[in-house]
Write a protein that binds this ligand. Structure first.
Ligand SMILES: [Zn+2]
Length: 608
């Protein structure tokens, strides 16, 4: 058997965690939490099962961020709870505060009584008016990258995996859901219990509580959402079972039993979050025509890449996101056709090339050095787009059959393990490069991983529609073709994304007015098109669009759809003043992560 335990192989320390998993490891978590919507606080206990690795160790070090620790107990040899000594260090800006628990007898269980702070980085508390229904409050977690420690004391590093169970006490009219075995038929009795038998890393711990309805979409899938949203969401995501079967055919069985989706209120800062068994998703992907459901393909793909085979530290996040973006493309190709998959990749590849035009070399490599940096800095376009581009290169060089076989064996080999890039490279060399000599050298692989930019042999698909559009767009920009003559009424979402991305940053007032008149872009409910149109409106000082843009920025808290608008506005003093006014109104509805990104943009000095 060539099985080597990842924990024994990976000696890299995680710079974003205080945990010392080489000494003692958390293997199971049992939560018992009550929610207070009045105080914006979760309180209760976390019981951790421990596996001691170092016979000389007598201390458990946990990650915390803004937690109030009331009491810690340890189980003695007879199983009796005895109070344990602990010390909470002063916090540091990147990691929060280390919690040291003295365990002279190497206890196998500790129980921590604690509560969260009212502004925990990993929780967003919504008042009733910030929900679709406007009647009930809502709270949800976002643990990736290292915000899990703001609501649970943990070894908060993706190198450590554990199973969990939970009991959540809620107000009677609300439903609690978790990244675990949700029961759609559960009575609204204020007492929810969950079990997650598969071992997961801490960033996949997830909880949401609110007025949440359920609608089944397939034999092992359902949509959870506010009652106002659930029908539209279920219709938009009706292809989920098809997507699961497609991915199983390519990469082996789906190992998490159910794949449900929770649609959150629009303040959710991401497109989606791959919480196992229960993807969290933004409502901004409900376009009414399934044109933005590749986000769901992406989150589903994480059930293999990320949740099953996990990056052992955040500098290796391309192992999660690059693989997932590649698999996402394969799902979209199988379910919605090659044209859509190719066009989505071209839109992303163009965005990456633009980003690389003025990014420092250190930010263009797939495996960056994150020492001393925020763990969330790892989540740029690079791991997603460059990572998937690298895998497309492998597919291109070795052929789809060989590469599919390789990838399937990779997921099997490292299932339920957390690994580093070096472990992937070793596996790649043995199982693909050496078996098909002469197709790709190790130095070519190293260039993809450790050099800036994109190697010249990165394949790009052809899109006849994009090529035709290039000509039309040039003619429009040069004033040789009118907006109406673009014949854009039948364009897909991807064609609109490509068109708006490829335009110069500033058009004339006449060009903006005629485009808007012909295609009603101001106020469009397709959030991806709207975002690009408003970015162009800022560059072109097309003020007609500003009231609708303000409404978009107030309604939506998804970072990639609002933060670039704030950034673009700050380039002129008038724009900056407008941005500050919008932000003052939008701030209460934004997630802490979105707030932080907008505040960073607003701090940048105005250029003009
Ligand atoms: Zn992802």
């Amino acid at each position: 058997m060539h099985y080597v335990h990842a924990e024994a192989m990976s000696t890299e320390t995680d710079p974003h965690s205080y945990a010392q998993p080489d000494k003692v490891r958390v293997t199971a978590l049992d939560l018992d939490l009550s929610v207070s919507f009045e105080k914006h606080v979760l309180s209760g206990s976390a019981t951790l099962a421990l596996d001691w690795r170092d016979k000389a160790a007598h201390e458990l070090v946990l990650d915390t961020n803004d937690l109030k620790i009331a009491k810690i107990e340890a189980a003695d040899k007879s199983g009796k709870w005895v109070e344990a000594k602990f010390k909470l260090d002063a916090p540091d800006a990147l990691r929060g505060a280390a919690l040291h628990v003295a365990l002279p007898e190497q206890s196998t269980k500790v129980r921590i009584a604690y509560s969260t702070s009212s502004d925990a980085a990993g929780l967003q508390w919504l008042d009733p008016e910030q929900t679709a229904g406007k009647k009930h409050p809502f709270v949800y977690s976002q643990s990736e990258s290292i915000a899990g420690r703001s609501w649970i004391p943990l070894q908060d590093t993706p190198a450590v995996r554990f199973s969990y169970s939970a009991r959540i006490h809620t107000p009677k009219e609300l439903r609690a859901v978790m990244s675990a075995d949700n029961d759609a038929g559960h009575a609204l009795d204020g007492d929810f219990r969950f079990v997650m038998p598969q071992k997961i890393p801490s960033y996949l711990l997830a909880l949401a509580i609110g007025d949440i309805a359920v609608k089944t979409t397939g034999p092992r899938s359902a949509v959870y959402a506010e009652p106002e949203t659930v029908a539209a969401a279920a219709q938009e995501f009706e292809d989920v079972e098809k997507m699961i079967q497609t991915t199983e055919k390519l990469y082996g069985p789906y190992r998490w039993q159910r794949y449900d989706i929770l649609v959150l209120p629009p303040s959710f800062p991401f497109g989606g979050m791959e919480n196992p068994r229960l993807t969290f998703a933004t409502p901004t992907i409900i376009a009414g025509d399934k044109s933005l459901v590749s986000v769901i393909a992406h989150e589903l793909a994480h059930s293999w890449s990320g949740n099953l085979v996990t990056n052992a530290a955040w500098r290796h996040v391309w192992l999660n996101e690059g693989f997932t973006t590649y698999v996402q493309g394969r799902i979209v190709e199988a379910v919605y056709g090659k044209q859509q998959a190719d066009e989505e990749f071209l839109v992303a590849a163009n965005a990456l090339r633009k980003a690389f035009a003025d990014a420092p070399a250190g930010e263009q490599v797939l495996v960056p050095d994150l020492t001393g940096k925020d763990a969330d800095d790892s989540l740029s376009d690079v791991p997603y787009t460059k990572g998937s581009w690298f895998l497309q290169t492998l597919e291109h060089k070795f052929g789809r059959d060989a590469f599919d076989k390789f990838l399937r064996s990779y997921f099997d080999h490292f299932a339920f393990q957390s690994i580093t890039t070096d472990q992937f490279v070793d596996y790649l060399k043995t199982n693909l490069l050496d078996r098909h000599p002469g197709k790709m050298s190790m130095s070519e692989v190293e260039a993809w991983l450790h050099q800036p930019g994109v190697p010249a042999d990165g394949p790009l698909p052809n899109s006849a529609r994009f090529t035709a559009q290039n000509i039309q767009r040039s003619e429009f920009v040069a004033g040789k073709r009118s907006a109406r003559e673009l014949n854009a009424k039948a364009w897909s979402t991807q064609e609109w994304q490509y068109f708006l991305d490829q335009l110069p940053p500033k058009l004339s007032g006449e060009q903006m007015t005629t485009l808007d008149a012909a295609y009603h872009l101001t106020g469009t409910r397709n959030a991806e098109i709207a975002f690009r149109w408003y970015r162009l409106a800022i560059g072109s000082d097309y003020q007609t669009a500003f009231p609708a843009m303000r409404e978009h920025m107030l309604r939506i808290g998804r970072r990639i759809l609002v933060v670039p608008l704030f950034e673009a506005l700050t380039k002129t003093p008038a724009g900056k003043a407008f941005a500050e006014k919008v932000y003052a109104d939008a701030r209460p509805g934004y997630h802490p992560m979105t707030r932080a990104a907008v505040e960073k943009a607003l701090k940048a000095p105005a250029k003009n």
